[in-house]
Ligand binder design. Structure first.
Ligand code: NAD
Ligand code: TYD
Length: 341
């Protein structure tokens, strides 16, 4: 199996490459990534010389490039996206471009390069397409049938991409699956997302900016559990189906912050309550019973405190990684490896 992975130099993508090459020694991965601010080739420095892996610098909106790579591959796992809600609030345009237009371009390239439509597309989406849940009804969770009611520009752009993928199935009979997962955590996450941001702030002696009252709830999924689920959908999922992926691990942001403070031996005084995010979704919670029932997947690496402590330790042990990410210095590394593209 040769997989064309889009967005493989980002957080989840780089973990996916490592996971696939470890768990499926016979597979190959081509990683197509535009190396935006969050794409970092250093995330895969240890894999570069592995002959089962190839990096291609390019944009998913370049249909010729995507089609060329699809001709070589057996399937596409599509992760490339603008991924940060706060950035989408500041400027939604790149989200429309990469997430909506980019996904439609991947679909068009698949039709062009794969006229018999035998090659599968796994579209990696998010639980944020469902909108938000109330805090006072813990029994209510997102199922695959929950209406799509995105609230942020990021979520709206991901919803658009999901709907184009859905339309490709219904209109052309393309072999597509959609996954919708909850908040991921683990190594190599860009330090703008809450966990690496808080840990690296604390290492640097700074405070952690907690939005609003900290009551918002997220369901935390270890990135390797997510990678395993995406691989299961690629190998065993049914065409046209949506699969929710969750960690069974709901925490308020205040609980999360306390756990991080504890793991870092810091006190409450490090919390700085700041102005709430605009339109801040209250609660995400995933009912992942479909993927468990149909594909036999369930999370085994996401349980806290162990999984969170191991993640905190990774950032503590790898200061050179996040310091270079924060300063943008990894771009020099890229230029040395691949030329000044
Ligand atoms: P990330 O920002 O770390 O990585 C995104 C990658 O996509 C980067 O390497 C970037 O260079 C690349 N990219 C962006 N636009 C591109 C384009 N036009 N062409 C080619 N490459 C491009 O994001 P992530 O956290 O790894 O998320 C990966 C996917 O998973 C996204 O689709 C995201 O919506 C989804 N997701 C993430 C989470 C999470 O908690 N991180 C949760 C649910 C779903
Ligand atoms: P984030 O990591 O941005 O993921 P998402 O918005 O996709 O869920 O944020 C996770 C939660 O943490 C979210 O409820 C917003 C909150 N948050 C803060 O309180 N402070 C911060 O500085 C950030 C980045 C997030």
């Amino acid at each position: 199996m040769k997989i064309l992975l889009t967005g493989g130099s980002g957080f989840i993508g780089s973990n996916f490459v490592r996971f696939v090459l470890r768990e499926r020694p016979g597979y190959q991965v081509i990683n197509l990534d535009a190396l935006t601010y969050s794409g970092n080739p250093e995330n895969l420095a240890d894999i570069e010389s592995d002959e089962r892996y190839r990096f291609v610098h390019g944009d998913i909106r370049d249909i010729d490039r995507v089609a060329e790579l699809i001709e070589e591959a057996d399937a596409v796992v599509h992760m490339a996206a603008e991924s940060h809600v706060d950035r989408s609030i500041m400027d939604a345009r790149p989200f429309v471009e990469s997430n909506a237009l980019g996904t439609q371009t991947v679909i068009d390239a698949l039709r062009r390069a794969n006229p018999k439509l035998t090659k599968r597309l796994v579209h990696v989406s998010t639980d944020e397409v469902y909108g938000t849940l109330p805090l006072d009804k813990p029994e209510v969770k997102f199922t695959e049938d929950t209406p799509l009611q995105p609230n942020s520009p990021y979520a709206a752009s991901k919803t658009a991409s999901d709907l184009f993928v859905r339309a490709a199935f219904h209109t052309f009979g393309m072999d597509v699956c959609i996954t919708r997962c909850s908040n991921n955590f683990g190594p190599y996450q860009f330090p703008e997302k809450v966990i690496p941001l808080f840990v690296t702030n604390l290492i640097e002696g700074k405070k952690v900016p907690l939005y609003g009252d900290g009551r918002n709830v997220r369901d935390w999924l270890h990135v390797e559990d997510h990678c395993e689920a995406v691989l299961a959908v690629l190998e065993k999922g049914s065409a046209g189906e949506v699969y929710n992926i969750g960690g069974n691990n709901e925490r308020s942001n205040l609980e999360l912050t306390h756990s991080i403070l504890q793991a870092m031996n810091c006190g409450e005084e490090k919390i700085e309550y700041v102005k709430d995010r605009l339109g801040h979704d209250l609660r995400y919670a995933i009912d992942a019973s479909k993927i468990e029932r149909e594909l036999g997947w369930r999370p085994t690496r996401s349980a806290w405190p162990g999984a969170l402590e191991a993640t905190v330790k990774w950032y503590v042990d790898n200061p050179q990684w996040w310091q270079r990410v924060r300063s943008g210095a990894y771009r020099t590394y890229y230029e040395k490896q691949y030329g000044n593209a």
